[in-house]
Design a protein around this ligand. Structure first.
Ligand SMILES: Cc1cc2nc3c(=O)[nH]c(=O)nc-3n(C[C@H](O)[C@H](O)[C@H](O)COP(=O)(O)O)c2cc1C
Length: 407
């Protein structure tokens, strides 16, 4: 039988000590976030529905999106024990320059729509974390402004090659002039993907005030307040555009894009050239032959061709096809540091994340992005230690088994 006694006041006192009240609601909410999935839930509460759905959703039935994520649930780590893991080294090199983590913040359009702090918040966090960030052609901060607002960061510029090649050439020249380190050509967008959530939500840029969005505004007053009290939301690299996302994309994307264009770009851009949106070994070989220094195995986060191959599953054959002629990165579905470790073990030099930091941005601006970066870094370190591996660069395919089934 349990023996009971009356507690002494001195024993109760430490239990009753009230925690300091945090008046800053963003700080309070972020303090309770333990994972990127938690950040996603917070983002869903803080951003208007159409905005959250734009970031969270994919194309068609979102089969690619779900597969890109669930493949990480098939990962079974093969740990070794009794290895001294008291000191860990998470660093690697990306495009020949040191990176504090094997991670890159992926290019995302419309970023200031998620939160008014937008791309500068992402670039500054990337700089603090010691990783590169790629500004999108559909970005909402100009090439020059971002470089000025995030000094000391490793900035890449992601290019959609427009129908108007002269305009593309201008963008490339501006990126070069502003000191961008690398050019990322995205090649999986001959036409815009069919994003059904955006159609259903009637998403436009800038977001327009319909009766529905107005009613929503009451629920997300802070977001609308930011929208109307800060500089207009527009594509900083494009002319002001009023229309749906799909209409804009149809103007910018060029269905005639071909391998010759890649060769042309190789001529006009002197720095490292990354080709993003590769899902087959043949294409990987071809773009490396045409002068790419790196490829991103990617299906655009499931936002373009639905039922496209799943990036993590394609990674090993592409790494094999490219050998040491180019670096190989992977993206799509990465929501934890353990996912990053699995991707590196299967042969990627670095993993790109899009939504992981966008959830942070929606949840709490720059502080939310910082939180996302901290979560990922901590999880990479924890996974590495439990795997019995001390250095990121020592990760090998034998550390990971892909089980046939999820679960
Ligand atoms: C809201 C959003 C906007 C995006 N915009 C672009 C873009 O402008 N250019 C591009 O190359 N990729 C774009 N992407 C794709 C990302 O660069 C990346 O491939 C994808 O987000 C990776 O999947 P993840 O979000 O699951 O990490 C976008 C992704 C999202 C979620």
């Amino acid at each position: 039988m349990t023996r009971r006694q009356w507690p002494q006041w001195s024993e109760l006192q430490p239990l009753l000590r009230p925690r300091a009240i945090q008046v800053d609601t963003t700080a309070r909410r972020l303090a309770r976030v333990a994972s990127i999935r938690d950040l996603r839930l917070l983002a869903r509460r803080r951003a208007p529905r159409a905005v959250f759905d734009y970031a969270d959703g994919g194309a068609g039935d979102e089969i690619s999106l779900r597969r890109s994520r669930s493949v990480y649930a098939r990962v079974e780590f093969q740990p070794r024990v009794l290895r001294d893991v008291s000191s860990l080294d998470l660093t690697t090199t990306i495009l020949g320059a040191p990176a504090a983590l094997p991670l890159v913040f992926a290019p995302t359009g419309f970023t200031r729509m998620m939160h008014t702090e937008g791309e500068p918040a992402v670039a500054r966090t990337a700089a603090r974390t010691g990783i590169p960030f790629a500004l999108s052609t559909m970005g909402t901060t100009s090439i020059e402004r971002l470089a000025a607002e995030a000094p000391g960061s490793r900035l890449w510029f992601q290019l959609y090659l427009w129908r108007d090649r002269g305009a593309s050439r201008d963008l490339v020249a501006r990126a070069q002039q502003a000191g961008y380190e690398a050019l990322v050509l995205t090649v999986d967008t001959p036409v815009p993907g069919l994003r059904l959530r955006d159609v259903r939500n009637g998403l436009t840029l800038p977001p327009s005030l319909s009766v529905k969005t107005f009613a929503e505004g009451a629920l997300h007053a802070r977001w609308w307040f930011d929208l109307v009290t800060t500089e207009p939301l527009e594509f900083a690299s494009l002319k002001r555009f009023d229309g749906t996302v799909a209409e804009l994309a149809a103007q910018v994307f060029d269905p005639a894009l071909s391998m010759q264009d890649l060769a042309w770009l190789r001529e006009i851009w002197a720095g490292p050239l990354v080709v993003k949106g590769i899902t087959s070994a043949e294409d990987a070989r071809a773009v490396v032959d045409a002068g790419a220094d790196a490829v991103v195995v990617s299906n655009h986060g499931g936002r373009q061709l639905d039922r496209a191959p799943t990036p993590l599953e394609q990674l090993p054959v592409i790494v094999d096809a490219v050998g040491d002629r180019a670096e190989v990165y992977v993206d799509g579905g990465i929501l934890s540091g353990a996912d990053v470790v699995a991707a590196i073990a299967l042969g990627a030099r670095a993993a790109l994340v899009g939504r992981a930091y966008l959830y942070g941005l929606m949840a709490g601006g720059e502080r939310g992005v910082q939180k996302a970066a901290e979560i990922l870094a901590k999880e990479v370190a924890g996974t590495l230690a439990l795997l019995g591996v001390t250095r990121v660069v020592d990760l090998r395919p034998e550390h990971v088994l892909l089980r046939p089934e999820v679960g």
